[in-house]
Design a protein around this ligand. Sequence first.
Ligand SMILES: Nc1ncnc2c1ncn2[C@@H]1O[C@H](COP(=O)(O)OP(=O)(O)O)[C@@H](O)[C@H]1O
Ligand SMILES: [Mg+2]
Length: 491
Amino acid sequence: MSADYTSNLQSIFNNISPESSESDVEKKVIVPLLQMLGYSPKDWEPQAVVGKSKLDFLVLSPTSEIPYAPYLVIEVKAPSKNLAQNIWQINDYMRKTVAFIGLLTNGYEFRIIYNYQLKPKEILNYSQKDFIDNFDSLNKLLSKPTFLTIYKTIYQNEQSFRSKFLEQISKLFKDEKTITNVNEKSSTEKIIPPAIEKEKEKSMIITIFNNKGGVGKTTTTINLAAALSKLGKRVLLIDIDAQANLTTGLGIDPLEDIEDQGKKDITDLLLDPRTKLEDVVIHKQWDDVELDIVPSHIRLSDMEAALIMTPDVDRVLSKKLRRYNEKYDYVLIDPPPSFGKANTISLMASSAVFIPTQLTPYPVRALEYVINRAIAVDESRDDSLHILGIAVSMYERSASKNITTMSQKILEIIAKKDESKDLELFPRHTWIPRLTIVANASDTDKAYPLCYAEFDKSLSSKEKESAQDAFNCYIELGKYLISAVDKKRSK
Ligand SMILES: Nc1ncnc2c1ncn2[C@@H]1O[C@H](COP(=O)(O)OP(=O)(O)O)[C@@H](O)[C@H]1O
Ligand SMILES: [Mg+2]
């Protein structure tokens, strides 16, 4: 027992006398004691409401990060009070809060209670002197580091219990494939899903393609990528637009996070033969959604001349991605709306395109041109460029008449094309509605995929509902895209 503790505790106890009030004991004994035990004021809640009464200190109450029972509850009395008469009160608090440990004290006597299966049991009854003499052990029992260790163990056991439980559910419902995938996503260790190991499928590289700007291409790319990750896919995003909207929309500032830090971006990947994909990729995680991102930078807009000088520039990205065929299930590329070099480079690296459009007259009219362009690239290549289909973004849910007219127009455009191209308008349940929260989520102050809105404390429950509503549509889009890819592959 260190001399430091002894003198500290002695001086704490000297702060009170038998005439002191309850609030003296709280302020002069309990608060400094909690600090000695490693807690800071934000770790406890004074006068916490429990049922109809208030307990004096609730230490480490549950939070979203640590959703477990509080560790310690403390009930304080004035030194003149006989603690034996107040045991019922701390027992009641312990049953109601499910706290691990209780401390009932009047500053002179210290009773420690352990909550054993909701039947609180007094385990220690100490005087001030006993308290000082046994502080080494008390510190081990009551301190914050102890709690954190206990919490970690509970958490790990819970995770292993949850995954075993899920195994049982999957057996019960004979749906081992999907349920196993969920299981692996939620587990803390990263295990490569057996399905992927078996097939060793090459990554599907898709350009999100539309030369009409403002149709929701970048927003679709971000949230579709998040949806694919939720669905268990390993996803790489490549921003090859000098506007860098995808980069900033995912919380990466091209100046602060890349340039100022001496990091690399898409321009290095395209122009420097020694730069490899892993030198450029930024890994980001939002709860269980993980994405690798190749960021862009405004300087890409000055690179057209340099790009043209680069030998075999059209294939530069294609070559750089080749080595990573097994690392990602999906690579989504977001090129600029113009038909410059960046677009050709994206298309040459891709095995498919996917066309998002708005259901308004101008984008729908532009669609024919976009499709022709994709078909032209397909026909100029040795291997084919699949057109996975046309997806709808930002449609007005209330404007049903417009929706019918516009989707009819799209079907007419498709009908004019060669049947062998297998063009299709994605079904209605995969369409993304126009909702304010979708735009807000990619603003620089938020900059997260929609699925992360549920963790944003600044949002109202209405906004969280709206984010969930929109994200569900992206999940549907993701599922449909996966099935469209599987169909093309099996042909
Ligand atoms: N589903 C949606 N609901 C509301 N606003 C959206 C939606 N999708 C995109 N937006 C907004 O529309 C604008 C254009 O979208 P963006 O994804 O940048 O298009 P593009 O990449 O085609 O230029 C952005 O301000 C974006 O926040
Ligand atoms: Mg864009």
